[in-house]
Design a protein around this ligand. Structure first.
Ligand code: ATP
Ligand code: MG
Length: 257
């Protein structure tokens, strides 16, 4: 693997992402209720749970797109900065891929991937293009580099979105239902890219109901309900032997689809 793509090794600490007693309300709604969670370097955690349980809010809080009321979130031992330059830095450490592809519509595929490295990582244009092309190749869309997002399929766009995040050399990647807006035939091409990333040692937090991915790539499944972590286990144990009534109920619903 090209060294530019390796997860930055960092220093000894094993917890790359740590949440301690994190609480958040939206008005009366306790959307994150005393969340405690640690994600180790190289670990892949799948977050699963019913609609409205707080999964997206959790991701957004880790990336500081959403503030928290109290508690502590650290990335690689550093607390989340409130704003300003250090926040931009943190955002670069935490890559995020959303359900909607969020590419810049008026920029080419390659420009989408080189913009951040040029602006934030201060790469030269030619360095950024070289790295960008390698990343596009890695996700299988290098032949689309000069096109615009609207000319690509949803699956291709989502793979570009992953490449764009990777171009910032993040320490951890967050995925919030990255395949749920895709036509069924495109889901696997995106999951395959994510599975490869996981195998290469990327630290990942993935909100998804794709159990095949969870089984193949996740070290741990975290089940959320009503803003709480109800249960967590290995994928095998969770899917075959869930303990809490909420988890059993949820699984019975998604398994019968
Ligand atoms: N900006 C906001 N203002 C007020 N309420 C919000 C806001 N964002 C989310 N909520 C509420 O917080 C709760 C958790 O939302 P969140 O999007 O985190 O759930 P989720 O688990 O990601 O659900 P889904 O599976 O549908 O994506 C929901 O009840 C939602 O309506
Ligand atoms: Mg959500």
């Amino acid at each position: 693997m090209d060294e530019a793509f390796q997860v930055s090794a960092g220093s000894g600490a094993t917890a790359l992402v740590s949440l301690e007693h994190v609480n958040k309300h939206f008005g009366d709604l306790h959307v994150l209720n005393d969340i405690n969670m640690t994600v180790k370097r190289g670990e892949v955690v799948v977050v699963i749970g019913p609609s409205g349980s707080g999964k997206s809010t959790l991701c957004r809080a880790i990336n500081r797109l959403e503030s928290i009321d109290d508690g502590n979130i650290t990335i690689d031992g550093e607390e989340l900065p409130a704003e300003g330059k250090s926040l931009a830095h943190l955002r670069a450490d935490v890559g995020m891929v959303f359900q909607s592809f969020n590419l810049f519509a008026h920029k080419t595929i390659l420009e989408n991937v080189t913009l951040g490295p040029i602006k934030v990582r201060k790469l030269s244009k030619s360095q950024a293009r070289e790295e960008g092309m390698e990343l596009l190749k890695r996700v299988g869309v290098d032949n689309q580099a000069e096109k615009y997002p609207a000319q690509l399929s949803g699956g291709q766009q989502q793979r570009v979105a992953i490449a764009r995040s990777l171009a910032m050399h993040p320490k951890v990647m967050l995925f919030d239902e990255p395949t749920s807006a895709l036509d069924p035939e495109m889901i696997n091409e995106v999951l395959d890219v994510m599975t490869d990333l996981a195998k290469e040692g990327m630290t990942m937090i993935v909100v998804t109901h794709e159990m095949g991915f969870a089984r193949k790539a996740a070290n741990r499944v975290v089940f959320m309900a009503d803003g709480r972590i109800e249960e967590e286990n290995t994928p095998e144990e969770f899917f075959t032997n869930a303990q809490s009534p909420r988890a059993k109920d949820f699984l019975s619903k998604i398994l019968t689809h």
